[in-house]
Design a protein around this ligand. Structure first.
Ligand SMILES: Nc1nc2c(ncn2[C@@H]2O[C@H](COP(=O)(O)OP(=O)(O)OP(=O)(O)O)[C@@H](O)[C@H]2O)c(=O)[nH]1
Ligand SMILES: [Mg+2]
Length: 421
């Protein structure tokens, strides 16, 4: 008989975190690295860690994830700790979760649920909240088969704020209806933002999106470049909802900057699917700034994870500027120099100390110029709108006034050139 452990709020709940490795797994992340990242995720979710367990097993099993002996071992630790939740560094099937809860006599949470909890806490916009709720339901649906897991407490895992706190109906049909309804709401909310983006595109501003691993310093850089005030904190997934700001480059070119949710390794595909609306600014951007934490011990693995998500979004071939951030934190300059060889023309900066931003801006101008085209055009006096657009968004090289028209030679964004045609 399942013993229900009362869910306690926020910091009061203490977690036992469990990372299981088996021999044949990809070794690019060690068990210690993986557990370290789980630790950061758990702390970011606002839960205290009471115990960290790294277990080895010879094979993952469909019943318990690991051998029954290992499960019993962990259970004996968990049973001795009142009010604990067990957080697994894996995606658990409904069956595994149910079986583990039976043996542990404690609530178990898997990695996706943990990430969703954090997202639920961070979602402030209507669109963000709908996406989180949708992702929670999509996560839940396949777990409703057979006996069904006890769902009365599922409203997100450990977090108790945001959309996750709502009691979710257990009935599959109701959940499917709800999913359909949320998808409609999401498409309404998304089309409103899409309309705003179209408006910007109409004015031909080039768009630059910051992308990168979570905690790499995207929001810090965004704030430094645009004087915005996006929330920055040393924890994973501080940002969920995208923020967009206009910005004028030193060459007078107008651009639009966007900051959005960060990525993490092994981000389940359905989460990327669910958060497509939030990632839309990156999908639509002309240039991506890939912000990389140069002081991260697994920097190359983090970059590989980011590239994987970009390719899942179908934007791996967009122009990218690699930005090695947090150079102030890297003590070994030889290491940094060696690191640079792994990237194509990286720009090294410290967003926090606002160092290297001029070089970054220069690089951005150069990169954007490849999106500019030369134009030679004669504009009738009555068509001052075209004249104004060229002056606003391009750099005018030559201008001659005639009786009823103006002849202009300029470099303007290719998007604007298409429009003027
Ligand atoms: N030392 C140092 N710390 C930095 C630098 N840039 C950012 N940070 C710190 O790194 C942490 C994360 O910064 P954010 O800007 O929130 O990172 P983010 O990429 O937006 O993170 P998410 O929104 O969580 O994905 C904060 O504690 C920042 O102060 C830097 O250049 N040097
Ligand atoms: Mg951020």
């Amino acid at each position: 008989m399942k013993k229900m452990i009362p869910v306690r709020n926020g910091y009061k709940e203490e977690a036992v975190i469990v990372t299981v490795r088996h021999d044949r797994e990809d070794r690019s992340w060690s068990a210690g690295d993986l557990s370290g990242e789980l630790r950061e995720l758990v702390v970011s979710s606002g839960v205290k860690i009471a115990r960290e367990i790294i277990a080895k097993c010879s094979e993952f099993t469909p019943k318990f994830l690991m051998g029954k002996g290992k499960v019993e071992e962990i259970a004996s630790i968990v049973r001795g700790m009142a009010g604990s939740v067990v957080i697994f560094n894996h995606d658990l099937s409904g069956t595994q979760q149910r079986n583990l809860e039976d043996v542990m006599e404690a609530k178990t949470i898997d990695r996706t649920q943990l990430i969703l909890d954090i997202f639920a806490q961070r979602a402030h916009s209507k669109e963000g909240k709908i996406q989180v709720e949708l992702a929670q339901l999509v996560y839940l649906l396949p777990r409703l088969t057979g006996k069904g897991i006890i769902l009365s407490r599922l409203g997100g895992g450990i977090g108790t704020r945001g959309p996750g706190e709502k009691k979710l109906e257990v009935d599959r049909r109701k959940i499917r209806d709800k999913i359909a309804r949320l998808k409609r709401d999401l498409s309404d909310a998304t089309s409103q933002r899409g309309a705003r983006r179209k408006n910007r595109e109409r004015f031909s501003a080039s768009s630059i999106a910051l992308v990168g691993y979570t905690n790499a310093g995207k929001s810090t850089l965004f704030n430094a470049m645009t004087n915005a005030d996006v929330y920055v904190r040393d924890r994973l997934f501080s940002t969920l909802d995208p923020t967009v700001r206009r910005y004028v480059l030193p060459n007078n070119q107008r651009i639009v900057f966007s900051d959005t949710v960060g990525f993490i390794h092994n981000l389940p595909h359905h989460l990327i699917e669910s958060f497509k609306a939030t990632l839309e600014e990156a999908v639509q951007a002309d240039i991506l700034l890939h912000v990389i934490d140069a002081s991260h011990p697994k920097i190359l693995e983090c970059c590989a994870s980011v590239r994987k998500v970009l390719s899942e979004l179908g934007i791996e071939n967009k122009p990218v500027i690699d930005v090695l951030n947090k150079k102030d934190k890297v003590e070994d300059m030889i290491l940094l120099a060696g690191l640079k060889r792994h990237f194509h023309l990286p720009v090294t900066i410290s967003a926090l100390k606002r160092e290297g931003l001029d070089a970054l801006t220069e690089r951005l101008v150069a990169e954007l110029s490849s999106l500019m085209s030369g134009i030679k055009i004669t504009i009738p006096h009555r068509d001052m709108k075209k004249y104004n657009l060229i002056h606003e968004y391009g750099s005018v090289l030559k201008q001659e006034y005639k009786d009823d028209s103006i002849y202009i030679e300029a470099r303007i964004p290719s998007k604007l050139k298409d429009m003027l045609k």
